[in-house]
Design a protein around this ligand. Structure first.
Ligand code: PLP
Ligand code: COI
Length: 357
């Protein structure tokens, strides 16, 4: 399918070098859109000027949350190349989210082509500052103007892009995280493994309460017994424990992070043992009291590799590595971002070039 292109006649002011970008606040000049209708399939892929959508107030997605999304980034490389990181993984996960939300499958190859063309058209929006990138947000919404609860017959697939800085204002400073024991985010058989708006809506009250106590995010425990560690609001978690690296296994209620998968691969490349297994918050606490937990960190596209300095669990404060970034966390951050920005060799072929500098 050919992608139609309509360029803006009124390009916006781009951020000036050194300007504080924040996360997901500014948007580039163009967006990718494609429609779906039952019987017709996906049609009319196009890149058009960024702008508001016109939706019926009865649109399904507004009432019943039939939405999915992805998060990826374009990086300004060493030699001026623009690079994507494992975009095939994002669109394969989008299709897995689609399956769970009863949304029709999309053509992953067309999506990758769409994102590459969009980023190339808006390449001057890719920030050049250290640690900044063009955050890319593909998403799908159901748009039928019908209030009965049913899977949609009409959808929009859209990709918008946003020049962004670090997700956490603290940058690489270790984050403090609140272990949530009252609310739950997801249960096995639910939608935890899908990237859908409802999971994030369900997390907001807990996040708000954590913020009020000065914690930047929530660590979710399993939705049944509230014993097992699952993940943080926008990242998967890892602990360096007893000489191995432990991360909760994927069993349906945790998002299968692409940064998680890439980190496991890098750690194994370095000869480290990585255990994907169930781990209770009690086990972690006990091990930490006995000095057996050397480091804790989170992984995510927006969060990159984020050291965890402290977990607050009930009255207990678990501090890791004296609240400072650990050496393995730093090595993982340096290696992953080195590959993403094209500064280091890419032995697994994860980087995809959008255009040469
Ligand atoms: N877990 C949740 C709930 C997330 O929203 C994210 C971010 O996308 C992640 C984990 C990390 O996933 P990824 O590394 O693919 O960005
Ligand atoms: C990402 O890391 O890309 C995410 O989607 C996390 C987020 C909800 C901002």
């Amino acid at each position: 399918m050919e992608i139609r292109i309509e360029l803006t006649k009124t390009p916006k002011e781009k951020p000036v070098p050194g300007q504080k970008l924040g996360f997901g606040r500014l948007f580039s000049d163009h967006m990718f859109i494609m429609n779906y209708k039952t019987g017709k399939g996906w049609y009319d892929p196009r890149i058009v000027p960024y702008g508001d959508l016109s939706l019926s107030p009865a649109a399904l997605c507004l009432h019943y949350g039939q939405t999915v999304f992805e998060g990826m980034k374009a990086y300004y490389g060493e030699k001026g190349d623009i690079l994507l990181f494992r975009p095939d993984e994002n669109f394969s996960r989008l299709n897995s989210s689609n399956r769970r939300l009863a949304i029709p499958q999309i053509d992953e190859e067309l999506c990758i082509r769409g994102v590459k063309e969009l980023v190339e058209i808006d390449k001057d929006w890719v920030p050049r500052e250290d640690g900044a990138s063009l955050y890319i947000r593909p998403f799908i919404i159901s748009t039928d103007p019908v209030l009965g609860v049913h899977p949609g017959d009409e959808y929009l697939f859209i990709i918008i892009t946003s020049p962004s800085g670090a997700y956490y204002e603290s940058g690489l400073e270790p984050v403090k995280i609140y272990v949530e024991s009252k609310y739950v985010r997801a249960v096995r058989g639910g939608t935890g493994m899908a990237k859908t708006g409802g999971n994030y809506a369900a997390s907001l009250l807990a996040q708000d309460e954590a913020h009020q106590q000065n914690y930047s995010q929530v660590l979710w425990l399993d939705g049944v017994e509230q014993k097992y560690i699952e993940e943080v609001g926008a990242m998967n978690v890892f602990f360096v424990l007893d000489g191995e690296v432990v991360t909760p296994e994927l069993h349906g209620s945790i998002l299968p992070g692409i940064t998680r998968k890439s980190s496991i691969q890098l750690l194994k490349d370095w000869g480290l043992k990585v255990s994907e297994r169930r781990i209770t918050i009690e086990e972690l606490d006990r091990a930490n009291d006995q000095g057996r937990v050397l480091e804790a960190f989170g992984t995510g596209t927006a969060a990159v590799i984020s050291p965890i300095g402290e977990l607050k669990w009930g009255e207990k404060q678990m501090v890791f590595n004296g609240g400072k970034i650990g050496s393995l966390t730093q090595r993982l951050y340096d290696t992953l971002t080195g590959i993403q920005y094209g500064r280091l060799p890419d032995p697994h072929g994860w980087s995809v070039t959008v255009c040469k500098g």
